[in-house]
Write a protein that binds this ligand. Structure first.
Ligand SMILES: [Zn+2]
Ligand SMILES: [Zn+2]
Length: 164
């Protein structure tokens, strides 16, 4: 995904592009294996380009509680400012400077950053996921806990007697 600087007008320009996630590092490619849908607005004012990115992706996640795989569509938004060439005005830390003779902006590093920065800290297949029983390992979303059954293993029965 690249923005060509030559012929890019002052003011707003909009793009949309479907980008393969092949460029991502392997771990992230597994999480976001499908096409990334990018909608991009570039606001150019002289040497400053304000690039607003809406990224629609389908995350392939694993639930933190029950370890089930699940998919969830996500929409992430991000703005990145670029400055082309040198100028008298100071440049903020979060602005990316480009050489005066730059012909294009490669958005792949920014797309990667958006996915990593927005990766959900807590992943639950559903808000009320009951998780796995720490005792018997039953998936409590689908089955009942077996901790109270005597089962076939006499060691457990023995242990339970001791605990009573
Ligand atoms: Zn779950
Ligand atoms: Zn249990």
């Amino acid at each position: 995904m690249k923005i060509l600087l030559s012929g890019l007008n002052q003011g707003l320009t909009q793009y949309s592009e479907d980008v393969s996630s092949d460029f991502l590092p392997e771990k992230w490619r597994e999480t976001y294996p499908e096409t990334l849908h990018c909608a991009i607005t570039v606001d150019r004012f002289r040497r400053e380009l304000r690039v607003r990115i809406h990224l629609d992706v389908n995350g392939h996640y694993r639930c933190d509680r029950c370890l089930a795989d699940f998919e969830r569509p996500q929409r992430f938004e991000h703005e990145q400012v670029y400055k082309v060439g040198d100028g008298p005005d100071p440049v903020d830390d979060d602005v990316i400077e480009l050489p005066a003779d730059a012909v294009e902006i490669d958005l792949q590093p920014v797309l990667k950053e958006i996915l990593i920065l927005n990766h959900p800290l807590k992943l639950l297949c559903k808000e009320e996921c009951a998780g796995l029983c720490p005792g018997c390992g039953a998936d409590l979303n689908k089955e009942a806990c077996r901790c109270d059954e005597d089962g076939g293993d006499p060691r457990w029965a023995q242990l339970r007697k001791l605990l009573k």
